[in-house]
Design a binder for this molecule. Structure first.
Ligand SMILES: [Zn+2]
Ligand SMILES: [Zn+2]
Length: 354
């Protein structure tokens, strides 16, 4: 029994021939298992979708009620039999509802981890280590230069700047699903209890998190606030809005961006970011290596990001590894910087929360 009898890499995504399903398919398929609701993993148009309840809710919220033929929810740790294949979803620690999917057949287990991080996040269930024969890992930050450090320390830098410039607004660029809510929760953990202002594109997902009992404190829409009220305030917006028309309502804003890429100074300078905050929802280099090792997998398949570096590292540890070369992931949340890959929220507060 080889791993390819359980899961195969195809241009449409990872395919399980015996179960007849794809994981995070890149194009519309009959049966899809979805790891999490970021748009590059959760695409609309599938016949049947299986995912956690939170992922399904977020998909409906962002892509509409009719984004799939049928939707079935699965709880963490619940095992389903699909045509002789066992499938179990485990927490991935990436965003609310995110899951790793363990696929098992004839005693051989492959874990497709989707996007993950192995550090604490007050807004989602912690990453669960699942021992396996084959571990499929992302590689967004798979270079030794990427060490994310302590997010609480980054939030302290933000709050120190807010204290230093009480007459200015602080605008923090964040991705709409996951990063926005985590940054708010981290700010609350640091003891800041004033209202936090949101760009309209962050509203619906943030409200959804609150409905799931994730405390985010007082949230207000920036568009409802006057300029005087925004002096000294913290406001969150999609990364593309930081330097655009939308930001002009804020008094003399200090611009910040919360992303793993902020470890690279040139990236922050390019985007004219005053205050780069290294906060990522993806595992850093140490996190990837530690997780790969801890799964006990003898074989590692590497998807989106710096595949070659991680494959090379696996080789030095005696692990069989190969890149999957799947094209189409890493476009929404992957802390991606290039302007052409930004979220399309170019208008003033426009959009429906995408
Ligand atoms: Zn993601
Ligand atoms: Zn991804």
């Amino acid at each position: 029994m080889v791993a390819e009898d359980v899961l195969v890499s195809t241009p449409a995504g990872l395919w399980c021939p015996s179960g007849g399903f794809y994981i995070d398919p890149l194009r519309p398929v009959d049966k899809a298992l979805i790891t999490h609701a970021h748009s590059d993993h959760a695409r609309p148009g599938h016949g049947a979708v299986l995912a956690t309840r939170e992922t399904l809710d977020l998909m409906r919220l962002r892509c509409g009620e009719d984004c799939a033929g049928t939707m079935r929810s699965v709880g963490y740790g619940e095992t389903l039999a699909i045509d002789g294949v066992s499938v179990t979803f485990h927490p991935a620690g990436h965003v609310l509802g995110s899951a790793q999917i363990a696929v098992e057949r004839h005693g051989r287990r492959i874990v497709a981890s989707g996007d993950y991080k192995n550090v604490a996040d007050p807004t989602c269930a912690p990453f669960a280590l699942v021992p396996c024969d084959v571990f499929i890992t992302e590689a967004t930050f798979a270079l030794p230069v990427f060490r994310h450090g302590d997010p609480a320390a980054e939030i302290r830098r933000l709050l120190a700047s807010v204290a230093l410039f009480p007459e200015r607004a602080h605008l923090v660029g964040v991705y709409a699903l996951g990063k926005a809510q985590r940054v708010i929760a981290l700010i609350r953990q640091a003891g800041y209890d004033k209202p936090i202002y949101l760009h309209g594109a962050l509203e619906s997902v943030s409200r959804y998190y609150v409905s799931q009992n994730i405390a985010l404190g007082s949230l207000r829409l920036a568009r409802d606030a006057g300029k005087a009220e925004l002096a000294g305030a913290i406001a969150l917006c999609p990364p593309s809005a930081v330097n655009e028309l939308w930001s002009r309502r804020f008094p003399d804003p200090v611009t910040a961006f919360a992303s793993g890429w902020m470890r690279v100074r040139a990236r922050a300078r390019q985007r004219q970011i005053d205050l780069p905050l290294v906060i990522s929802d993806h595992a850093d280099w140490d996190g990837l290596c530690a997780t790969v090792t801890a799964t006990g997998a003898g074989e590692v398949w590497v998807t989106h990001g710096e595949e070659d570096a991680l494959v090379h590292w696996c080789g030095t540890k005696g692990l069989a590894a190969r890149p999957l070369r799947l094209v189409g992931y890493g476009e929404e949340d992957a802390d991606v910087i290039p302007a052409e890959r930004e979220a399309p929220n170019r208008d003033d507060d426009g959009g429906q929360g995408a």
